[in-house]
Design a protein around this ligand. Structure first.
Ligand code: NAD
Length: 318
């Protein structure tokens, strides 16, 4: 019997931390190899390889060494950080993807997960219930790299039969690791600051509504998509998925239910300019229809769960 073995590249980051744990719980610790340019600040809970995704030869060696069948490519420069170094962001986000797609084209691996983002949308995309297929005119280098990556994924599927699957994640909120320099990071920082300081200064405007998702839902969506029968996957660019939508003022109000003295102030910076080009809410009907996607958490249940974990010192690491 052929056994799947998984490689998570960018394993020390916000999603990688949770995804490695989720995959290891299902497939066993030794079948999930974590790889990153930096070791995890949380320590490693299973096999780990130091890897720069731009080093295609080392990537090949690691895949052969561990007999990897599926690659989850998470290493990237995120929206806010990418604006500070556009050339490096473009190089990492595109060349990293090519390095993995090429190994699948050679049939060295059989399946790839690569995340896209709501950042593919731009000022002329419909803001509410943004459709799967619509105008996508991103203004950030990050969004441009994600949109180009989506086109390449579909191209490698159609031209070379590469089984690559993708989700346009909204802003992700989790308690196990720090966020990596995105426009929606405030929705993680706000919890930590509310619990430790009782106040938070937000870098977005109070009414900046954005699509968001709690990390357990994002991990569930990722694993569900990867386990879905290939014939059911009708979109090989990237699927819209939705969890919840809220503004900084709305999440602050929800946190105040737990910490009545909590005060949130607003000092928008360059990230507000990015946020204002992104959708308010997402139409995820294709994901629901094709592979049964449905989120479990809304703003209220996510807030309670975040506070439950972060207010408990043994679990928190932020
Ligand atoms: P992150 O910044 O927290 O983690 C990225 C990881 O990649 C880091 O551990 C970093 O050390 C590693 N890395 C960076 N350069 C590398 C290299 N050259 N070689 C190997 N590893 C390298 O990011 P994240 O939030 O976990 O995001 C993962 C993926 O999901 C990215 O593609 C991102 O664009 C996408 N995404 C994230 C969100 C979100 O809200 N977190 C939303 C939409 C899409």
């Amino acid at each position: 019997m052929i056994k799947d073995k998984f490689l998570v590249i960018g394993s020390s980051g916000q999603i990688g931390t949770d995804l490695c744990e989720g995959l290891r719980n299902i497939y066993g610790v030794s079948n999930v190899v974590a790889a990153d340019i930096h070791p995890s600040p949380n320590g490693e809970s299973g096999p780990f390889e130091e890897l720069n995704i731009l080093d295609a030869e080392n990537l090949r060696k690691i895949i052969i060494k561990h007999s990897i069948t599926e690659v989850y490519l998470l290493a990237a420069l995120l929206s806010a950080n990418a604006e500070k170094n556009p050339a490096a962001a473009w190089h990492l986000n595109m060349q990293g993807l090519f390095n993995v797609l090429e190994l699948a084209k050679e049939k060295l691996i059989s399946k790839i997960f690569w995340p896209s983002s709501i950042a593919v949308f731009g000022p002329h995309s419909p803001k509410n219930n943004t459709p799967q297929h619509t105008v996508a005119d991103p203004l950030t280098v990050y969004g441009i790299s994600k949109l180009a990556g989506e086109r390449w994924c579909e191209y490698y599927f159609k031209t070379f039969g590469v089984d690559v699957r993708s989700i346009r994640y909204p802003g992700l909120i989790g308690y196990k690791s720090k966020p990596g320099g995105g426009t929606t990071d405030y929705a993680v920082h706000i919890f930590n600051e509310a619990i430790t300081q009782g106040k938070y200064e937000c870098f977005l405007k109070e009414d900046a509504i954005l699509p968001m998702m709690y990390m357990p839902d994002a991990i569930e969506a990722t694993i569900r998509l990867m386990n879905c029968d290939s014939s059911k996957i009708n979109i090989r660019s990237s699927y819209n998925i939705a969890g919840m939508s809220f503004s900084p003022a709305e999440i602050a109000r929800e946190i105040k239910k737990h910490y009545p003295d909590f005060v949130c102030t607003y000092k928008p910076d360059f990230r507000q300019e990015i946020a204002k080009t992104w959708p308010h809410s997402i139409d995820d009907s294709s994901a629901r229809l094709d592979w049964g996607w449905t989120p479990s958490f809304n703003l209220e249940s996510m807030t309670s769960d975040m506070i439950l974990h972060l207010a408990e010192p043994k679990v928190s690491n932020i």
